[in-house]
Write a protein that binds this ligand. Structure first.
Ligand code: HEM
Length: 442
């Protein structure tokens, strides 16, 4: 029986499905990104697309990046953390992943058809607004049952781990409802006046949310090493202090001009050395090394550049320009993608880590994103001083946008390689597990 159960570092059907679906959405999102980059260079091509023009594809590009590529690896993480793979319900992981992708596909169709709440990343409406939260509910139920099954196992019943998982379940229970209600145009307008958007008073709040995720992740997938307890405690205390500071700051002023706001956001710089130290406190598989290093580099770039961009004077020039498109890419395609690939290499184990470790795709991705960010930062800086640069594009604008297209092609090629590679060994693994489980049952 033991042989049929997956070892903690081997891919199981549920984790395998989460990873291959995530990579599918990454390829799809990158292909759309490349297409909209062409449309920005040659706007006349929009006429060939009927009603499905730039504005609609742009939403699908962003939503597939967030709800497909960035979310599905986290399903793999949750399957591992809550022991879905080892539970009697392990065969339900794959259907939940398929349901997730199907709900997202329905969302894509609705956005392309022009149905939208108008809210960035919350543009769920119509059927999709019901189907996607329901899928989240199905995932939650699977985690709950897997958790309850584990609790019967005395070895798993260490109360601290169990309490942390219970808190996790309580938080996750709220997400489908929050998504449903926040997607309503009636709750608050497309631009929330209370927060000032991603460059307003809630900037520290959302940055700390990211830190929280970074701190939680290792617990589900790696063993703690002795001798690092102090660093780990320091990190959690600092997070609590910053959260308290954030609450004191309030949300009354949605700008970025009060010294308390930009000095407060500067406190995020403390995480520059602390995150690498924190990650040293866990035992990682050998083959995760290059993605761990690059995720920490992106982390450094994101934190420093994010704070500089927020400063009065700098943000005034960058706001609503291509500079912030570059910043978004630093966050999601640079930092978050490297973190997700690092997590996935840990989930699949050293034996399968080659999927993400080919040298050329590693460099094609990371240098591609870096070049994209540099080009957009330059375009944004020029645009901030002279809006005509974007409104009436000249030769320099075309050159920068063409280079952006090339960087997109490099990213697309890297993601295609990962996706093709991932579907091969997992296919073999699936066949192995199915035949092996069949033999044991017989
Ligand atoms: C993991 C991969 C990617 C992620 C997470 C991602 C994410 C995003 C996000 C969040 C935005 C909105 C930026 C903003 O308005 O602040 C955006 C816009 C855009 N992205 Fe991507 N993207 C990815 C890959 C690509 C690729 C490969 C290309 C190809 C060149 C691309 C081209 C674009 C274009 C053209 C825009 C629109 C910019 C504008 O409206 O001026 N993206 N992307």
């Amino acid at each position: 029986m033991k042989a049929a159960e997956s070892s903690p570092s081997a891919p199981s059907p549920a984790v395998d499905a989460a990873i291959t679906h995530a990579l599918f959405w990454l390829v799809a999102g990158n292909a759309m990104g490349t297409m909209i980059a062409v449309l920005l260079l040659l706007p006349g091509l929009n006429r060939l697309l009927g009603e499905w023009t730039y504005g609609r594809w742009m939403m699908v590009h962003m939503n597939t990046a967030l709800y497909g590529w960035c979310s599905l690896p986290m399903l793999g993480f949750l399957f591992r953390t809550y022991g879905v793979e080892r539970s009697a319900l392990r065969l339900w992981g794959r259907p939940v992943v398929w349901l997730w992708s199907a709900a997202l596909a329905v969302g894509c169709y609705s956005w392309l058809s022009g149905t939208s709440s108008g809210k960035l990343f919350l543009d769920w409406s119509g059927y999709a607004r019901i189907l996607f939260p329901l899928t989240m509910g199905a995932l939650w139920l699977l985690l709950v049952f897997a958790f309850l099954g584990q609790r019967r196992n005395a070895e798993q019943a260490r109360w601290r781990a169990a309490a942390a998982k219970l808190i996790g379940l309580a938080v996750l229970a709220a997400v489908p409802f929050a998504l449903f209600y926040a997607s309503s145009p009636d709750l608050y307008p497309a631009f929330n006046p209370d927060s000032g958007g991603p460059t307003g008073a809630s900037q520290l709040e959302s940055s700390l949310g990211m830190v929280l995720i970074v701190l939680v992740l290792p617990f589900g997938i790696a063993r703690r090493l002795p001798g690092h307890a102090r660093t780990l405690s320091l990190a959690w205390v600092l997070l609590a202090v910053e959260a308290a500071f954030c609450a004191l700051l309030g949300r009354a002023d949605a700008s970025h001009r009060m010294p308390a706001q930009y000095i407060g956001l500067g406190s995020i710089l403390l995480w520059l050395p602390l995150v690498p130290l924190y990650y040293r406190g866990f035992a990682w598989n050998c083959e995760t090394r290059q993605w761990k290093q690059v995720f920490l580099c992106w982390w450094g770039l994101l934190v420093v550049s994010g704070w500089i961009f927020f400063l009065p004077g700098v943000l005034d020039r960058f706001k609503f320009t291509d500079g912030l498109v570059g910043h978004s890419l630093t966050a999601v395609a640079g930092f978050l993608t490297a973190l997700l690939v690092f997590v996935m290499t840990q989930l699949i184990g050293d034996e399968h880590a080659w999927i993400f470790n080919s040298k050329w795709s590693f460099y094609a991705w990371n240098l591609g994103v870096l070049a994209y960010v540099m080009v957009m930062t330059a375009a944004g800086w020029i645009e901030g001083g002279n809006p005509g640069f974007t409104m009436a594009p000249g030769p320099l604008h075309h050159v920068l946008y063409f280079v952006r297209l090339l960087t997109g092609l490099a990213m697309l090629a890297a993601s295609v390689e990962w996706w093709i590679a991932a579907t091969q060994p997992f296919g073999r693994m699936r066949r192995y597990q199915t035949s092996h489980a069949g033999a044991i049952a017989a």
